[in-house]
Design a binder for this molecule. Sequence first.
Ligand code: UDP
Length: 478
Amino acid sequence: MDQETLPPHVLMFPLPLQGPVNAMLKLAELLCLSGFHITFLLTDHIHTQLLKYSNIHSRFNAYPGFRLETISDGLPENHPRSGAELMDLFNSLKIKTMILFKDLLTSGKLNSDLRRPVTCVIAEGCMGYACDVVNDVGLPVIYVRTFSACCLWVFFCLPKLIESGEIPFMGNDLDRQIKSIPGMEGFIRQRDLPMFCRTRNLPDPDLNHYLQNLPEITECSRAHGLILNTSDALEGPILAQIHAFCPNLYTIGPLHSHLKYKLLGQPSSLPPSSNGMWKEDMSCITWLDSQPPKSVLYVSFGSLAVMTKDQYMEFWHGLVNSGSRFLWVIRPDSVTTDPTEIPLELSKGTEERGYIVGWAPQVEVLAHRAVGGFLTHSGWNSTLESVIEGVPMICWPYFFDQQVNSRYVGEVWKLGLDMKDTCDRVIIEKTVRELMEDRKDEFRKSADEMAKFAKECLMEGGSSYANLERLVKDIKSM
Ligand code: UDP
């Protein structure tokens, strides 16, 4: 077959974590819908999890151009990949996986008569080192960053924050305003910066780790462009700042919703998308079906956050005492204690209005008519999923971009309450009442408005819609 007549062949390499893999799989589907051939590279660990619990194979059977490849993340299979051990994963990817990645690119293994050689690589920008490997073999790279643009902008401004003396924090005044981040003046405080900025002294190992990797995190010059899972409606002013450093921005999000809109016009033979790395407990949908409209607070802290037994108990009492109905996701590995030491059963009286699962079909849950609020760790995917469904949030950020995201939710977008740095049953109870009862109309109104703006970006004439068309055209011309 004349290879010139074949569609572009894109190699996609996500950061091997639930959120980024989810987002990149959505992008892969969008590109498949444009007729592209995709080779999607997963680490063995993630692949095994997805094989166990997701329907990735049956879903992607519908796309003849989609193919999976796997690579080792360099860690033993039983090594934890969440909480404090996340750094081990990042280090191993950089040192061990990159050697294997280079072998894969040069081995010819990705070639076949039915595909063109790889046209370009779409890789998570946090793995900037992948760019060197790809450029070495003469291929263009497009970066994706699956966290928020507002956090990416904080990374860009880190050197300035250190230069101005705003990092390290010299006192305990976490409410002090930060002045050296253009576009965030007036609302960003010390406590809204990523946790690793909370250090009194330099050098600090945690902050140092980020500073050392900063060139990679913010690197744009060696890539053809940068794809962001966000939209002008959400982060327009910050995108304008980033644009000065990365002129070729493709803001095409929220990806999960973008895909949903693109599929509306397609024959509906696709099984529902389920990319989870834990078994989804669908019984919670049946439980939600029996609850009154907008009465349930959905509680989930994502795929990586780990809490102590004390924190868990504060949430437990706060939720029960609030009197609200709740659906709580307690991941098997999410509490740093022996699971037998924590109460997982709801007591009489509470069992009617509470439901606990190990992993939920989150997008479906947030879209359910019974859900009226989301107590979240402010992971970027969770935030986008909540925004699109118009669900107000209570934020309890855990790490990385989440401190910044929660400030945007609470102060900039006014979509809920930011509870960061507190984990006290009385405050939790009060905050839940405020979101679900006392101020529910105010939050629902702004959440509905924001959902409308975010969806408009995905329609013909909207910015995310146009940017995806541009991305497809640019890859075709490579
Ligand atoms: N998620 C899910 N079921 C759950 C909890 C989370 O499907 O019970 C999904 C959620 O929809 C989101 C992802 O897991 O797409 C979590 O990504 P996020 O960026 O919010 O947080 P992270 O897990 O990276 O901290």
